[in-house]
Each structure stands twice: as C-alpha cells, then as structure tokens.
Design a protein around this ligand. Structure first.
Ligand code: ZN
Length: 366
C-alpha cells in the first residue's frame, strides 16, 4: 500500500483532528463539516484518519463489508446465504476511504438494481454504489456545498439511518451504510442550506496558522514527506499505532460510558437557552461528549466532555440564529453550563443511563 501523509504529522488544527477522531469512535455522531479555504489539510486529514483506523472484521466475500458479528445489519445477500445454511467466511479489511466526486449522480451514490434481469431471469442483481463502498469507512465529500442538494440529502439520510435501501418495481435490496461522513466547503463559495447544515453532527472551522514556528514545522514535514515518504511514515508509525490503539480502546469502552439525568438536563438547558432547535443538537452533544469520555478512558461524563462537545456541535447551529450578531463565545457556553448545572442541582433523580435513546423522554426545562 502506498504510504500517505500520517495523521499525527498534521500540525495544528486540533478541533478538526478531534472531531474526526470522535466520529471514528462513534460514527453515529453524524459526521464533520470542515469549513475553510482551499489548500488546507482537510483532505489529507480525512485520508490519514482512514489509514490509521484499526482493521475491521468483515464477511470476506461480501462487497458491502458486512460485519460478521452484527447479523441485524447484514445486506440482503448475506441474510439469504445465512438462511440457506451457509457459514459466512470471515476476513479482515482495512478501513476504506472513498472520495465522492462532485458530479456524482443518485444512481452512482445509492447503486442500481438490474430490473430487466429480475424480470427475465428472476435474479436480483444489485450494482453497488458509493454508499456500499463507504460502509464502515470514511466518505469524503470535497466542496459539499457544490453537490446536488438531492444527493447531499441521500448521503445524510444514509449516514443517519446506517442503511441503504434501494427499491424498484417491487424488487428491493438493502445493505449497511454506516460511515464517517467528512464534508468540506469553502464558505466564500456559497453556504449549505440550513436544513443540511444542521444534519452534519459536528462542524469545525479551519484556521490559517500564523505562528512562524508551526509554519516552519509544516514546511519541514511536507518536504520530508515529499523527499522520502516511506522513511517519514516509518518515523511516525509509533505515534500512528498509539492513536489507532487509543481509538480501538475507546470504541470498546464507549458502550460503558454512563450519563445521568442531570447531564441530560444540563445539555437540554444549555441548548434551549442558546435557542438551538432541540432534538438533533442535544443528541449530537450527548454522543460527542460520550465519545470524548471514552477517548479519555473514562466511563462517566464530566463538564469538560460537555463543553468540548459544545465547541464542536454548536458552530453551524448558532450561525443562523437571529441573535448571532451577539456572537456566542465559548466562555459564554462555559458560563451557561455552570448556570445549567446549578439550576439542575435541585433535580432529585440521579438515575444513570447508558442508552442514548432514553433522552427522547426528557423534557426540557423552559
Ligand atoms: Zn453482506
């Protein structure tokens, strides 16, 4: 495999790196939108993330990369094979990286069913699309604001559902489509519709690096990589392995990360006071905070987890609020968290949860 620029050699851009890592730990966070000028490390970072992620267990000959241990998620074909009594062969695979071209059509994204074949021969044949290739990997969409809105909708739907279902003339095929969606855009070239913006879990702003020391480091790293890529990768491989192991450990720990009703009330109170539409933002906050706790090796949420989640989950959601002129800063958010905690101290119940779906029943305090 050709060696690619290592994730751990990217200088600065900490929020972007953190957002990518947290999505790798918990893909249901719903992806990252990276806003910034051209020529920054956006695609390098997304590609490098995929390269360092741990290998995954797959059904060896399934083109959709089904997880042998998750039968509920299997594609139509794996289901049929198992039902026919076949033992599905196991294998390992590297995490994929798919770069979606801006000209992608609906068929290219979701795949196509060969209807003529179904009618003539009674065979169901499905030609996999981008969503199939991206399953359990990283799906990178450069200039997502230039992509057809309908295609963006399809991507975000699949990212949210974790499954792609294609139906035509009574024939249907479904396969898992759970991926880390990384979209980039240059805000100077037009914005995304607010409805689409809100559906990206996290959003980070790429900043120009002004410190001369850091800029020199960037130049040195790039030169070293260009002149001797293999040596450069070799030099960084201990760090890459360490981060890969940390992500693998965090993935295992994630289901154990507990949160209290007070945590939920704190998140809900903050979101409500900031005027952010409830459900999606609250959920993203919780998922991101849990992923961060797992990354730090903890099984309980702290205020730091919630603050960090706010930093990544709020930028694109506050932007369109009418009061945005007032620019909510991170210290405002920190103060709101303290206030929300104080308010919720009177809440008597301290039941613990691990299942993120429970908070659908939590009522916001007005
Ligand atoms: Zn399968």
């Amino acid at each position: 495999m050709p060696c690619i620029f290592p994730f751990t050699a990217i200088v600065g851009q900490e929020p972007m790196k953190r957002a990518l890592i947290l999505n790798a730990i918990h893909p249901q966070i719903g992806g990252v939108l990276i806003r910034g000028e051209r020529g920054t490390a956006k695609s390098t970072a997304a590609r490098a993330l995929a390269a360092l992620l741990p290998e995954i267990d797959v059904v060896a000959d399934c083109p959709f990369g089904c997880d042998p241990d998750q039968p509920a998620m299997w594609c139509t074909r794996c289901h049929e094979r198992a039902q026919a009594g076949e033992t599905l062969p196991r294998g390992k695979r590297r995490t994929g990286f798919i770069d979606l071209p801006v000209s992608a059509t609906e068929d290219r994204v979701v795949g196509t069913l060969d209807i003529e074949r179904a009618i003539q021969k009674g065979e169901r044949r499905f030609e996999p699309g981008v969503l199939a290739a991206a399953n359990r990997g990283v799906l990178y969409v450069d200039e997502v604001n230039l992509l057809d809105d309908h295609v963006v909708d399809l991507l975000l739907d699949a990212a949210a559902m974790g499954v792609n279902v294609v139906e035509r003339e009574g024939v249907s095929f479904s396969h898992p489509a759970r991926f880390i969606l990384v979209g980039t855009m240059n805000p100077e070239e037009g914005d995304l519709r607010p409805q689409l913006l809100d559906r990206f879990g996290l959003c980070v702003e790429i900043e120009g690096i002004h410190s001369p020391g850091a800029r020199v480091q960037i130049i040195e790293n790039n030169l070293a990589f260009e002149s001797a890529p293999e040596e450069f990768c070799e030099e960084h491989s201990p760090k890459e392995r360490m981060l890969s192991d940390e992500i693998a450990r965090a993935r295992e720990l994630l289901p154990e990360v507990r949160f209290t009703r007070s945590d939920l009330l704190t998140i809900a109170t903050m979101m409500s006071q900031l005027g952010v539409d409830g459900h999606r933002a609250d959920l993203v906050m919780l998922k991101t905070a849990r992923a961060h706790a797992a990354f730090e090796g903890r099984t309980r949420l702290t205020d730091d987890d919630i603050l960090l989640a706010a930093e990544l989950a709020l930028p694109h959601r506050l932007r369109r609020q009418p009061l945005q002129d007032a620019q909510v800063t991170l210290s405002d958010v920190a103060q709101r968290l303290v206030d929300a905690r104080a308010r919720n101290l009177t809440e008597p119940e301290e039941s613990e949860h691990q299942d993120e779906n429970v908070q659908t029943t939590v009522k916001k305090k007005a």
